[in-house]
Write a protein that binds this ligand. Structure first.
Ligand SMILES: O=C(CO)COP(=O)(O)O
Length: 260
């Protein structure tokens, strides 16, 4: 049984403008009680353009929802048109930043070196990375899923100290289960999340390995969250599509009330 506080993080991807963002966060805050927030950390990861509105709402109403961004630049400032820096995100009160999401790796060519540079940039600005790893279907079919995910973890953590690594969040997101309705079984999720934790102990020590929260992501819904959360090395979920539906996301955050 883990003593790590579970984290449910909603990756909104490229959905919801700032007005829709306010409406969704208000609904989540209304649907979740202090008791829920005692049991689980609830995060939202809206598009950049929504962050200022979410910050104003969270600060103004003293909400217990935390928030973060879906990406950041590996650079801190300068002539990088279209990029957003870690310093800017920190100023907006972000706690988290997603790094290395498979959609960034696939559509924007982000390799392990870029991911590693972004992890370092996040730590320079006291942001907590949610580092995404996970294999595509061909790799899974060849049985290379564990080696693939561990390789991405190794690559992302180069030059990261044990002190820094202790706070990282790792999300195992098998690409074949993202947005497809094809969810990994709880045993599939545990197999890779457990292997990631062993690798953290090898890269650092058992203190780091037992501190790091490891999430599962890929077609998480209220109907499958309880089984996934019952696994010993799964400390939460990174939720895509279901996180922009207030009712469904609220149910996911209350996973301990859902049937397994
Ligand atoms: O990519 C994901 C979260 O980052 C998962 O997306 P879905 O929950 O829509 O499958």
């Amino acid at each position: 049984m883990t003593t790590r506080k579970p984290l449910i993080a909603g990756n909104w991807k490229m959905n919801l403008n700032h007005l829709e963002a306010i409406a969704l966060v208000q609904k989540l805050a209304f649907g979740l009680s202090d008791k829920d927030f005692d049991k689980v950390e609830v995060a939202v990861l809206p598009p950049f353009t929504d962050l200022r509105s979410v910050q104003t709402l969270v600060d103004g109403d003293k909400l217990r929802i935390v928030y973060g961004a879906q990406d950041l630049s590996e650079h801190d400032a300068g002539a990088y048109t279209g990029e957003v820096s870690g310093a800017m995100l920190a100023k907006l009160g972000c706690t988290y930043v997603t790094i290395g999401h498979s959609e960034r790796r696939q559509y924007h060519g982000e390799d392990d070196d870029v991911v590693n540079a972004k992890v370092q940039a996040a730590y320079r600005h006291s942001l907590t990375p949610i580092l995404c790893v996970g294999e595509g279907l061909p790799v899974r079919q060849e049985g290379g899923h564990i080696a693939h995910s561990l390789g991405q973890l190794d690559g992302a953590l180069r030059k990261i100290t044990a002190e820094q690594a202790k706070s990282i969040v790792v999300a195992y997101e098998p690409v074949w289960a993202i947005g497809t309705g094809e969810v990994a079984t709880p045993e599939d999720a545990q197999e890779v999340c457990g292997a990631l934790r062993v690798r953290l102990a090898e890269l650092y020590d058992s203190e780091v390995a037992s501190a790091v929260r490891i999430l599962y992501g890929g077609s998480v819904k209220s109907g499958n969250i309880a089984g996934i959360m019952a696994q010993p090395d799964v400390d939460g979920a990174l939720v895509g599509g279901a996180s922009i539906d207030a009712g469904e996301y609220t149910k996911i955050c209350r996973f301990s009330d859902m049937p397994g």
